[in-house]
Write a protein that binds this ligand. Structure first.
Ligand SMILES: Nc1nc2c(ncn2[C@@H]2O[C@H](COP(=O)(O)OP(=O)(O)OP(=O)(O)O)[C@@H](O)[C@H]2O)c(=O)[nH]1
Ligand SMILES: [Mg+2]
Length: 324
């Protein structure tokens, strides 16, 4: 038990291993599927779109996060203001959207690391990070009134790396004149700089005027559904065949890599396993090709997609042997 404990701490870090939120729970992520669930996802309970949802609102300081939540609640519950750094600690509020219980986490604005000088600010950022981990879906609020930079995209990247479903809110839309142009620029930049978030839902809103807010929640609900999605083994293998025919895997030391079998092994976010002849030799570019293909063909924008490779014919074999 001591060895196991040490291994866990080493794998996820002491902070996560011992950290607690107000309720002591984090969002359930990386949920392993059983072989039966992977093969016949249709028979598993379908996605329940009335289940409670935890949504964190993050973004740089002054982007309008607290204003957005106040607008959803219909009251001035949270402190807002023109200066950056008004919210210092994350706080959660209960709300309901179309009969669905939603827990909204307001967070302190996140700054680039180099600028995080004060100790208090450092704490605020790690606090926002904790809110991201407690949430299932994360809304990243951009301030459309100032040109968005790498920093905004870094926050999106962080959310995806943490394994969460992500949606972008393009706030202060009321201040934008050339709307088409700005939106096109945002989409182009996101796709180019963040291929791991390709197709992510980006919704223009005005927290102050209350426009676009229902669309934003719809995007959150849709993305959470994708985050929970399950694809049957049969469909995946048909897809893998087509994919490897149209673009065969490269040869490694004179022998072509063979992709034999594919199945979804995890959900929240979706994770896949491919059995192949040389799992250690699959090049990054081919993994990207498969990941992008999955994202497009099974419509999974705005969620992390992970593919693991292993030797052997059946990815569940290893697990069964271990259990014995
Ligand atoms: N024009 C316009 N101003 C907005 C909008 N949303 C928020 N603001 C203004 O932006 C400023 C910052 O709003 P907050 O809601 O406090 O921003 P925040 O992201 O919570 O900021 P921190 O807590 O400091 O990180 C306030 O002066 C708001 O009135 C919007 O949709 N349009
Ligand atoms: Mg705030």
């Amino acid at each position: 038990m001591t060895d196991l404990r040490d291994a866990i701490i080493e794998a996820i870090g002491a902070e996560r291993a011992f950290g607690k939120d107000e309720e002591g729970i984090e969002a359930e992520t990386d949920v392993m599927l059983t072989r039966e669930e992977a093969e016949n996802p249709e028979e598993v309970a379908p996605y329940d779109d009335s289940k409670p949802l935890r949504v964190a609102i993050v973004g740089r300081p002054n982007a309008g996060k607290s204003t957005l939540i106040n607008r959803y609640l219909g009251e001035e519950r949270l402190l807002t203001g023109p200066e950056a750094g008004i919210t210092r600690d994350s706080i959660s509020v209960e709300w309901e959207w179309r009969g669905r219980p939603i827990k909204l986490f307001d967070t302190a604005g996140m700054r680039r690391k180099a600028r995080v000088v004060e100790k208090l600010e450092k704490l605020s950022v790690s606090d926002a990070l904790r809110a991201i981990r407690f949430a299932e879906c994360v809304v990243i609020v951009f301030d459309a009134a100032i040109p968005f930079e790498k920093q905004d995209l870094q926050i999106v990247d962080l959310v995806i790396r943490e394994g969460r479903a992500a949606v972008i809110a393009f706030n202060k839309w009321d201040m934008i004149e050339d709307r088409q142009e700005v939106l096109a620029e945002l989409r182009e930049k996101t796709d180019r700089l963040l291929p791991q978030a390709r197709g992510i839902r980006a919704v223009p809103i005005s927290g102050e005027r209350g426009t676009g807010l229902d669309k934003l929640m719809q995007a959150v609900a849709d993305t959470d559904k994708v985050w929970n999605s399950r694809i049957s083994t049969a469909r995946l293998n048909r897809w893998l065949d087509a994919q490897t025919v149209s673009h065969p895997p490269p040869a490694v030391s004179g022998r072509r890599l063979r992709m034999k079998y594919m199945t979804q092994v995890k959900t929240r976010p979706p994770g896949f396993m491919i059995s192949c002849t040389r799992p250690d030799a699959v090049p990054e570019s081919y993994i990207r090709y498969l990941t992008n293909g999955l994202r497009n063909d099974f419509e999974m924008p705005g969620v992390p997609i992970r593919i693991h490779f292993r030797a052997g014919d059946n990815p569940f074999e290893h697990k069964r042997k271990k259990k014995r």
